[in-house]
Design a protein around this ligand. Structure first.
Ligand code: UD1
Ligand code: CA
Length: 456
């Protein structure tokens, strides 16, 4: 049997006060519409159709990788009108699920429960009971508790407004029946809109049951209409992720100060994360690694027993087992830090291989370099990798010792176990096992006297 999902996303989102269409605003680093799409995409053999409107070109351009149909609703004449745009696409013998593009935290289990109620004799409708039902369509039931219809707040009587069970807008039903009812919708109501909700009353009139399902909690059905709600849903989403990760054994110093904007692809045992850590993109965390406070890590692989001290920024890098980074270090893309290596404070590493046990502990820039094992790079060492036009490679072989304040003018190689004297500007290859230095000779001026301040 066919399965189809319609995502309603033509709303303008005026209250966001943004140049960006509402559904492109992000939660956890993913657009609102992206969240809804990915939920739908988890359902087996699901054909998806997104109804877009305002800012449509921007939405299509930003989300072109989604495997969905896109249908434009040129005029925003209501939720029923939105669904009418795809009436020809809806299959008679299948199930249709309706989702909202601005309701990003709905859970798969809830949708699966809902779909279960959609068949030849019943509709599945997701409802929730709220302390404050203002703004929502109310679920009207008869004396036996059966759903009779949905009445929008603006069309409701005072008595109906007192009903606290509301329509979430999310429902699942047979495609053929939906098409029949769409044809009968009118805009004869307080808002002059084609209400999708009117099909509930029609279904009941046609002898179809309306089976209601409730979400696990309210967060699942909250929509985003303004920046306050966006921020609230962000925290709810982050708390969900934090809870899942803690269930898997992660220690978080404070789950309220943790942000995952992407995905932890693998998580080792006994990992500890201090406050204000942001993990972005795809991250792998080995066992027993410790991440200090105020660290940003993007698209990186962190090995076992790695220690990242406070205030580091790490992007597109691999950190080998037992390595120690920071505090205040920046590891830039295409860097690979070897096992047991130490990268210390105020060190910037870019597109560099750092060998096992190598130490670059203080105030250095190392870019476009291949550094062997057991190398000691002294404080203030700089690879001069850029000649203004091209980038060049610096190679430092195993066991070399680079004295402090050395400039390595690339392309250049420092041989195995070589020593570079402090303060050198290295412009030619330095041979293995030998001391090389380039330093102007120190002189002492005999009889020199320090000037004294003149009087008067
Ligand atoms: C709708 C329901 C209401 C329910 C509420 C839940 C109707 C008539 N009312 O209210 O019962 O309690 O959702 O939030 O359905 N959209 C379009 N095209 C349109 C109109 C809306 O794509 O022409 C989309 C919006 O982008 C949004 C969704 O449909 O994602 C709901 O629209 P919204 O205006 O928020 O619905 P309400 O009328 O407030
Ligand atoms: Ca709404």
């Amino acid at each position: 049997m066919a399965f189809q999902t319609i995502i309603l996303a033509a709303g303008q989102g005026t209250r966001m006060r943004s140049a960006l269409p509402k559904v492109l605003h992000e939660i956890g680093g993913k657009s609102l519409l992206g969240h809804v799409y990915h939920l739908a995409a988890q359902l087996h053999d699901n054909e998806i159709n997104v109804i877009y409107g305002h800012g449509g070109e921007q939405v299509l351009a930003a989300l072109s990788e989604l495997k969905t149909r896109w249908t434009e609703q040129k005029q925003r004449l209501g939720t029923g009108h939105a669904v009418m745009q795809v009436a020809d696409w809806i299959k008679d013998d299948g199930t249709v699920l309706i989702l909202y593009g601005d309701v990003p935290l709905l859970r798969l289990e809830t949708v699966q429960k809902l779909i279960h109620h959609a068949n030849a004799t019943s509709i599945g409708l997701l409802t929730i009971t709220l302390d404050n039902p203002a703004g929502y369509g109310r679920i009207v039931r008869d004396g036996n508790g059966n759903v009779v219809c949905i009445v929008e707040e603006k069309d409701a009587t005072a008595e109906q407004r007192a009903i606290r069970e509301v329509n979430t807008g999310i429902l699942a039903l047979n495609g053929g029946m939906l098409k029949g009812w769409l044809q009968r919708l009118t805009n004869d109501n307080a808002q002059g809109e084609y209400y999708l909700t009117d099909i509930i009353g029609m279904a009941v009139g046609d002898g179809i049951d309306v089976d209601t399902t409730q979400p696990g909690d309210e967060s699942e059905v909250l929509g985003v209409n303004n920046r306050m709600q966006l921020a609230q849903l962000e925290r709810m989403y982050q708390m969900r992720q934090a809870n899942l990760l803690m269930e898997q054994g992660l220690t978080l110093a404070d789950p309220a100060r943790f942000d995952l904007r992407g995905e932890i692809e693998s998580l080792g045992q006994d990992v500890e994360i201090d406050v204000n850590v942001i993990l972005q993109g795809k991250i792998r965390l080995g066992s027993r690694c410790k991440i200090g406070p105020n660290v940003l890590i993007k698209d990186s692989q962190i090995g076992d027993d790695v220690e990242i001290l406070a205030n580091c920024v790490i992007e597109d890098a691999k950190l080998g087992a037992g390595s120690r980074i920071g505090p205040f270090a920046r590891i830039r893309p295409e860097s690979h830090i070897g096992e047991q290596a130490h990268i210390g404070n105020f060190v910037e590493i870019k597109k560099t291989e750092v060998g096992k046990g190598t130490k670059i502990n203080h105030l250095s820039y190392v870019g476009d370099a291949i550094i062997g094992a057991g190398v000691n790079v002294g404080a203030g060492t700089i690879t001069c990798n850029y000649d203004g036009a091209n980038k060049h490679l610096t190679v430092i072989e195993d066991g070399a010792f680079i004295g402090s304040d050395t400039q390595l003018v690339a392309p250049v190689t420092v041989g195995k176990n070589a020593t570079i004297g402090a303060g050198s500007t290295v412009t030619r290859d330095a041979p293995a096992d030998q001391l090389s230095l380039s330093r102007s000779k120190q002189v002492t001026v005999e009889g020199w006297q320090r000037p004294v301040k003149k009087r008067g």
